[in-house]
Design a protein around this ligand. Sequence first.
Ligand code: ADP
Ligand code: MG
Length: 243
Amino acid sequence: MIDAQDVVVEYGKKASAVRAVDGISLRVAPGDSLALIGPSGCGKSSLLFAMAGLVRPKSGTILVNGDPLVRPRREIALILQNAGLLPWKTVWQNANLSLLLGKEYPKTTAAAVLDELGLGEVKRRYPSELSEGMKRRVGVARALSTSPSVMLMDEPLASLDTLTKERIQDLFLRLWAKHAFALVLVTHDIEEAAFLGRRVAVLTDRPARVKEMVENTSMGEQDYRKTAAFAETVRRLRAALER
Ligand SMILES: Nc1ncnc2c1ncn2[C@@H]1O[C@H](COP(=O)(O)OP(=O)(O)O)[C@@H](O)[C@H]1O
Ligand SMILES: [Mg+2]
């Protein structure tokens, strides 16, 4: 469970301070998902980084499973756009960085995660030998390797072609259903938000506030992209963004 209460994020000091997040409250339970969508530069990443314990809010609180968040924690995983792979390490090593850094967790999990993501065959390859879609999946494997209860994603599929993107969105849906983490997804892709968010928070221009919360209760249904409910959520999101 991740619970943000009245979170304010500011950069810089006093007169030159820039407010990026202006009092956002949201709560995502295990097995639930929330997508955040809003204009470029509005403060989405700032909010997500605060929820990862990487940026300290100016005010407000973030609770993770009831405890105040003051620094990054291993039950919170963060996936960024460019997967953050180290070019000189193999797929296996990249996916298991926390193991290499001496943190304990079962090696069996590591192998199972790579298999689950279809990366078992390429585990000895280096990032330069992988397609863009595979690289993103290695980033996902790394995020899953610590069995997080909260999964934060910051535009994880930006600049992928549509088919690859949809395939990995399908994968995210399966992983979310299976592992039942609390998912918070930042995206500027309306269809991605409608596919993966059980609720979608539409944010204002900077500083970010929640302009509208769109319920999307049918998400996760078979072939959801082809349903009328999906089209309706996309329509509502587009309307809310334009308001
Ligand atoms: N480390 C930082 N120092 C100063 N300003 C920042 C920093 N990070 C982000 N900002 C500013 O905060 C605002 C929100 O940025 P960000 O959260 O990255 O937006 P988004 O992810 O929605 O595009 C922008 O105006 C950006 O320039
Ligand atoms: Mg961003």
